[in-house]
Design a protein around this ligand. Sequence first.
Ligand SMILES: [Zn+2]
Length: 359
Amino acid sequence: MGDSPPAAQFNDQAIVDLVPMVRRVVGARIRDPHVVDDLVQETLTRVMAAHPRVEAETLAPYAAVTARNLVASFAQRSDRARDKAHLLADVDLAELPGEDLLRQEERSLVGAALARLPSAERDMLVAHEVEGQDTKTLAASRGSSAGAVAAQLSRARAKLRVEYLLEREGIEPPSDRCRPVLRALSAGDRRRQRELDTSGHLLECDCCLRLSVSLLERRPAATGAGETRVAVTKDADVVTARQKGREAAAGVGFSATDLTLIATAISEIARNIVRFAERGEILITVVAENGRHGVTILARDVGPGITNVPEAMRDGYSTYAGLGLGLPGAKRLMDQFDVATEVGKGTTVTMTKWRSRDG
Ligand SMILES: [Zn+2]
């Protein structure tokens, strides 16, 4: 959160306002909609990289010129690999099970997860959530206080979420550290997370990493759209990742402008993996919380890590940002952004965008 908020706010809006114009410039010259997306995103990337050096009023003409240049150099390039990557990305549209089936499945999963809790916690959850007993009543029957019961309930819920997800994925965590880590994530207990070195564990543990996306979003139930995983080692994977992200976000009902912003953020993060890490992957998850919907992008790599995160999060940070907008740019495009890194091991970026309620 190192930015000065008013400036960041202004720049965000300035970039967002450019999207329709850039789209028109590119769209007037290129027919293939995927290529249009690509070039619009590339333009935004460059504009954002430049904007600390460019006055606000200069942004629009700068963006238009950049878009035109990119269109021209695209026309000159005879690189067909890019097009093929688009074709591949379009093939596997997952078949989703019907909603009834999902609900039924979900009920049996919750049942199975409940059965895994210690009986005292299970009974308390059932009394509260199913039978509707309030915390005062529960406290009276247990010789405890309402506050203590509320805390116990919230711990029990956090455990239940973990067991639910393990049940849903049909997995048993690989190490003794996993359950405590998952519970701390599920409970949103940051102090406990630090004690357990949660971010270090997530860099090593596939199982917890996968589950952490759902846990951090407090999503006890599947929304049905599921998640998509893209392995990232080469440039073509960057295109695939942002295609998949766009698809997922489109399914959530994001506006065309938001789709571009999300795809651009994914693009930047994926590009960082290709550029700086040996290999990595991007996990795209549709999320829901308190009636709002969004997408969470989790990008993890095996690589050098980032020595100085606050520095890497500053605009214009040369090593990490390169030509693109880098981490600070991606952060500005999303609503939530978190970096966990370990030098010599790798980096995990988690970012979420929520659909605005009116759009
Ligand atoms: Zn683990």
